[in-house]
Design a protein around this ligand. Structure first.
Ligand code: FE2
Length: 375
């Protein structure tokens, strides 16, 4: 049973903005970035568009927001709030998305067309949580179906039609209403609730983020389990916060946070035909986010199927190297035994393997088991 009313399909909950101070965290980080890159600062997030040059490159700012989301400070309060929500509305089988999605919508800009999250692969036991960081108004906020029945009826009409995107948006808009929330409130809604944005016709930039909680791993939709933390990880995170230590036995969190200044080799191979440049570009981006030093790029020798180049860097000879970053688990091209053999070899040699696309770090035998489930 969901804590959300079946007929309404949505519910507003509150959180303590002093305890979970997302706003200041993002504002301070953006100001660090903006002063470094453009020599300017903002007084509040809703004024982001006032830095003229940034309006040409909001995507880099959004990516910056994702980097904050993956960082230790954000994760600490995000997981603490996640645990509070799960303790109140779920049981210990619940899972929470590891990294929320960032949205920045300056005046005159559009963000997301109308949709329901189920259309993007979220299961019926998934609830979405939408949190505005800026005060929103009817001209810049998200719009959502008035209730669930009208959403379901409209979804039924849309999926049984061949309407173009414009018509899908028009019909959806006509059954939706603006969500007017304050910072400190979260809109929780079911995956079959239609919602979307219109062009921002206000004078304020909207900054929001959203995340998802699953009732259990019984129905992941089309999403990977690697996108989620389980309750155990939340408890470990809390323990870690209480002890106020920077490192603990929290293996899940160590995935994202403890690779700073590690020396990695960026590695590519035939990988089901994904070209090497694309593989290495993703590796470079993820390494940059995690502050990993890439000391060299390497490609596999294609005539061998046992991946000798990868083994070399995961072996004991390269003792200055902490690990390898590879594009995806697809580098094993579904060869389970090869993957198991190489990952065990890496762990034996105290080397790490980071798979960029899945954001999975293998550094111990539990990680191997979890990675192999995705082969
Ligand atoms: Fe959505």
């Amino acid at each position: 049973m969901s804590f959300i009313d079946e007929k309404l399909g949505k519910k507003v909950i509150d959180f303590d903005t002093k305890k979970y101070n997302f706003y200041d965290l993002i504002l301070h980080d953006f100001n660090d970035y903006l002063s470094q890159e453009y020599g300017e600062k903002i007084d509040k997030l809703s004024n982001l568009h006032k830095i003229n040059i940034i309006t040409k490159d909001f995507e880099s700012l959004r990516q910056r927001m994702f980097s904050v989301f993956r960082g230790e400070e954000f994760q600490k309060i995000y997981l603490s709030l996640g645990k509070e929500i799960i303790d109140k509305y779920y049981d210990k089988k619940a899972l929470i998305q590891k990294t929320p999605t960032a949205r920045i919508q300056p005046p005159k800009y559009m963000t997301t067309s109308f949709h329901c999250d189920a259309w993007y692969g979220h299961s019926s036991i998934t609830t979405s949580f939408w949190m505005p960081l800026t005060k929103v108004n009817q001209n810049n906020t998200l719009h959502m179906s008035k209730d669930r029945k009208i959403s379901l009826d409209t979804l039924d009409e849309l999926v049984n039609s061949d309407y173009d995107l414009e018509k899908i948006n028009d019909i959806s808009q006509s059954i939706c209403e603006p969500i007017i929330l304050e910072y400190g409130q979260i809109m929780c809604f079911k995956s079959d609730m239609l919602h979307g944005a219109k062009v921002n016709t206000s004078n304020d930039t909207r900054v929001t983020f959203d995340f998802r909680i699953l009732q259990s791993k019984d129905d992941l939709g089309f999403k990977s389990i690697s996108n989620y933390f389980d309750y155990n990880a939340l408890q470990n995170s809390e323990l870690q916060n209480n002890k106020n230590t920077s490192r603990s036995g929290n293996k899940e969190l160590s995935r994202n946070n403890n690779l700073s200044n590690n020396r990695f080799v960026s590695y590519s191979n035939s990988c089901n035909g994904v070209n090497a440049k694309s593989q290495l570009t993703l590796c470079a981006g993820i390494a940059n986010d995690k502050k990993i030093n890439i000391t060299r790029n390497e490609s596999e020798i294609y005539v061998f199927s046992h991946l000798p180049v990868l083994r070399h860097y995961l072996g004991p000879i390269e003792n200055q190297i902490d690990g390898v970053i590879a594009f995806s688990l697809d580098i094993f091209e579904k060869d389970f035994n090869l993957a198991e053999n190489i990952l065990k070899f890496a762990v034996k040699n105290d080397k790490k393997v980071l798979f960029a696309a899945e954001d999975i770090l293998v550094s111990n035998s539990i990680d191997i088991k979890k990675a192999l489930e995705l082969i």
